[in-house]
Ligand binder design. Structure first.
Ligand SMILES: Nc1ncnc2c1ncn2[C@@H]1O[C@H](COP(=O)(O)OP(=O)(O)O)[C@@H](O)[C@H]1O
Ligand SMILES: [Mg+2]
Length: 160
């Protein structure tokens, strides 16, 4: 890897599901310190692009991380390079505590878990309050903020 290279470079990426080709030659570059946002209609292929970058679906083209070829690397190796994919929906482990869910998510990285978790709590203070609650408090917490008592959360539970 070479720090002078872009952090992430995607070139002519092609991917899909069986017969369905969703990505038809997608190219983008993310420089160090830069945020890149992908916008598009529902079903346009945003999640498919992220899955392909994470290695969760097969893809053709080129994906480079600081110049190193990622395309042949399995997802756990990409995760070890600090590439992360946050799936939509409520993909938490309900039988683990909120904090244990965060620790699980950090397993593949080289980061010090205590430092990384402090950063998460600084960003999302309510997670610290709920750290010993079961994992489903994670999505209940965000459902409170986003949707109030809708989104399946009972008002009595949403207060917790
Ligand atoms: N697991 C899957 N199997 C088959 N087709 C899928 C699958 N996931 C998504 N698709 C299809 O791929 C296309 C892109 O979907 P997706 O990447 O989820 O779009 P977006 O995230 O932009 O809303 C859609 O036509 C969708 O129906
Ligand atoms: Mg999506």
């Amino acid at each position: 890897m070479n720090a002078a290279e872009p952090l992430l470079q995607v070139e002519e990426l092609t991917a899909g599901y069986g017969e369905l080709q969703v990505l038809n030659g997608v190219s983008l570059t993310v420089e160090r310190g830069e945020f890149v946002t992908v916008i598009g209609a529902n079903g346009a292929g945003k999640s498919t692009l992220l899955r392909a970058i994470m290695g969760l679906i097969p893809a053709r083209g080129r994906i480079r991380w600081q110049g190193a070829d990622l395309l042949a690397q399995p997802p756990y190796r990409r995760a070890a390079l600090d590439i992360a994919y946050v799936p939509e929906g409520r993909r938490v482990f309900p039988s683990l505590s909120v904090e244990e869910n965060l620790v699980v998510g950090l397993q593949a990285t080289r980061r010090d878990p205590a430092t990384a978790i402090e950063e998460v709590y600084a960003l999302f203070p309510r997670l610290r309050e709920r750290r010993r609650q079961s994992g489903d408090a994670l999505w209940r917490g965000t459902a409170d903020a986003r949707d109030g008592p809708r989104d399946g959360a009972r008002p009595a539970a949403a207060g917790g």
